[in-house]
Design a protein around this ligand. Structure first.
Ligand code: NDP
Ligand code: MG
Length: 386
């Protein structure tokens, strides 16, 4: 049992975090969970702690953190609290691999701290690379650590790139979300309940709304740029409603490699945790005859402008992607709370971007200031009917 990979999971109570623990439970000889962290859902976190017996636990919300600490008293488990606690948790010397599965920009600082501590990072949290791609990739080079993508499209591309060179471009696929083919008129009427019903993937609320606006695909374009060192001209998006082909790489000689699989995040999670090994698991194999047809179409950038906005923010660079992301996080929360309609999401993001003068990113504080500025403006626009 000595060589088991020692894993810390940030966001263990979320959709990715829970699935990661399931994958880990399939391979008790390969993994040891040494740290689990959440924002405030301490009842689920406590259950996970009792099942996986980590040495460390992290809770961002201070009140919830104190409660859990009291409940775990005498167990020998160290409890870290607050945002700073997550930074300590990812640096514990025994940890080999950190799975970053928190949602939103909250992933950025812990990811940077994990890289600085020389840990391998399995990254689900795409916002980290959208906001801080420059700094994060520079840190992985400097510290000779590796980021292994968990996001299904990026996992697919990462898998296709193993042992390959001569990449011409990559293609990210997307299901198109629940409103594929909707007119502007129809989009005016959509509710959070409708947007939360994703046709192929079961995910947390924020990414599900991003999938409905196609912002998710836009964030993924920026994520791909950083992960694979590409120019934006080398990244294409295709809508593929069956969600079976997760990503493709087009090579200089015209060959195209793709990775296929059921739309099930446990596959890319397992790949990231076990990399470079592959093991048999408990999932049903893909039955292509049952799937029948695989179709591809161009995305509709007129009715789903978030994809175009993300592309523009990425190409502009500097602090602009951080501003896009922050405005989007605020707008998505407002939509989920029924304070703005669906089509206001791209409107708020576009307004905030218009008013931003992007700056080059020299350090984390430049990014966090841009993030805060964009949040304030987005809140203001929402309260004044934008
Ligand atoms: P969920 O909303 O299901 O879970 C989020 C997790 O992060 C929870 O554990 C939550 O804790 C924790 N969390 C929330 N806010 C904070 C914070 N401020 N600080 C620390 N922890 C926090 O999200 P998902 O699992 O769906 O997504 C996680 C990330 O993975 C996102 O970046 C998403 O884009 C990405 N991703 C997700 C996919 C999916 O299938 N779900 C697919 C590809 C990428 P608590 O429960 O206590 O609130
Ligand atoms: Mg994805």
């Amino acid at each position: 049992m000595k060589d088991r990979r020692k894993v810390v999971i940030l966001g263990s109570t979320g959709s990715i975090g829970r699935q990661a623990l399931e994958v880990i439970s399939w391979f008790p000889d390969l993994f040891q969970v040494i740290g689990l962290a959440a924002h405030r859902n301490i009842s689920l976190l406590e259950e996970q702690v009792r099942a996986f017996r980590p040495a460390y636990v992290g809770v961002v919300d201070p009140e919830a953190g104190s409660l859990l600490e009291a409940r775990l008293q005498g167990s020998g488990i160290t409890c870290f609290r607050g945002v700073e606690g997550l930074l300590e948790l990812v640096q514990v010397p025994t940890c080999d691999l950190v799975l970053v599965a928190v949602t939103g920009v909250a992933g950025l600082r812990p990811t940077l701290a994990a890289i600085e501590a020389g840990k391998t990072v399995a990254l689900a949290n795409k916002e980290t690379l959208v906001v801080g791609g420059d700094l994060v990739i520079e840190a992985t080079r400097r510290r000779s650590t590796q980021i292994i993508p968990v996001d299904s499209e990026h996992s697919a591309i990462f898998q296709c790139l193993q042992g390959s060179s001569g990449v011409a471009k990559v293609i990210l696929t997307g299901s198109g979300g629940p409103f594929r083919g909707y007119s502007r008129k129809q989009l005016e009427e959509v509710t959070p309940e409708m947007a939360l019903r994703h046709p192929t993937w079961k995910m947390g609320p924020k990414i599900t709304i991003d999938s409905a606006t196609l912002m998710n695909k836009g964030l993924e374009v920026i994520e791909a740029k950083w992960l694979f060192g590409l120019e934006y001209e080398q990244i294409e998006v295709l809508i593929h409603p069956q969600s079976i082909v997760h990503g493709l790489v087009v090579f200089q000689d015209g060959a195209v490699l793709a990775q296929l699989g059921q739309p099930d995040m446990r596959i890319p999670i397992q790949y990231a945790l076990l990399f470079p090994e592959r093991r048999k698991n408990r999932l049903q194999p893909l039955d292509l005859a049952a799937v029948g047809a695989l179709t591809f179409e161009k995305p509709d950038l007129d009715n789903f402008p978030c994809l175009r906005l993300a592309w523009e923010a990425g190409k502009t660079g500097g602090t602009m992607p951080a501003v896009l992301n922050a405005a989007n996080e605020v707008a998505v929360s407002a939509f989920l709370e029924k304070r703005i309609p669906f089509l206001a999401i791209p409107e708020v993001v576009a307004r905030v971007m218009e008013q931003h003068s992007p700056e080059p990113v020299s350090d984390l504080s430049t990014l966090l200031e841009a993030d805060q500025w964009a949040r304030r403006l987005a809140h203001y626009l929402i309260t004044t009917n934008y």
